[in-house]
Design a binder for this molecule. Sequence first.
Ligand code: NAD
Length: 279
Amino acid sequence: MTKIRVGVVGCGAIGTEICKAIDGYADLGMELKFLIDSHPERIEKLRKSLIKKPAIIKSDSARLDEILTGVDLLIECASQAAVREFAIPALKQGKDVMILTVGALIYEDGLFEEIEHISKEKGCKVYIPSGAVAGIDGLKSGAIGGIHSVLLTTRKPPSGFAGNAYVKEKGIDLLSIEEEETLFTGSAKEAVRFFPENVNVAASLSLAGIGPEATRVKIVADPSAVENVHEIEARGEFGKLFVRVENVPSRANPKTSYLAALSAIATLKSISYPIRVGT
Ligand SMILES: NC(=O)c1ccc[n+]([C@@H]2O[C@H](COP(=O)([O-])OP(=O)(O)OC[C@H]3O[C@@H](n4cnc5c(N)ncnc54)[C@H](O)[C@@H]3O)[C@@H](O)[C@H]2O)c1
């Protein structure tokens, strides 16, 4: 069977897990052709840990068009800027793309539409894994029949908001919070500006459901919370959905949930495996 040739942009917490899965899972049917990261030492560390080492390593997007010809799928797991810098040229070459920094698609006005337009024109696929949340399957199904409301409530210990500009501007004293306190309620579109660390989860839910303006987000500082907890409540013609995820942070990057890396690997499996379970 011909292997799917893959290029990865971003050799951090998620990129490392993805590359190790491609390197080690015999049944993924993929081979790693290039690694890109603006920090060459991160590429080197990852490359050293792989059995089948990719031939091409790069620290920027210079001559990207050349190396894109050798892959079928580009995986972005780097940053918001990297979505425009790498995913757009890949799509223009008719390559499939997987985007982990899904927040970029609602943060930058017009980017989602641009990606949608190019991928339709070129006939290629854009994969957006569920990331750090669950329930995306139910939202997608529910959206077919009509969804009335989606609310994402994110809880973190107060210390998890240290340094947040919105919290500072509102004069909220995080140290004095003894019982759970709502710091923000608003649309997903507003939430990603004030709480950028929440951007990916809010974006995935918005894209699967009723869009960033209609999706509501509530941010709660909860002294009893140990992990980052996301709760999703949706109502629609299908009935009501409630999902709660208590995320374990990735060891390599505590800001990233381990589930996000696993969801990328599960998406790769669904690309290469003939039988697809779930919506
Ligand atoms: N979809 C989700 O639910 C979800 C969850 C967690 C993280 N994420 C996103 O996935 C991305 C990767 O997360 P991570 O935890 O692996 O991050 P990380 O910081 O551990 O790794 C990112 C790597 O990308 C590199 N990089 C960043 N911008 C680059 C650019 N323009 N060109 C080349 N290299 C670049 C960095 O040097 C770094 O090594 C982040 O953007 C994060 O916001 C998404």
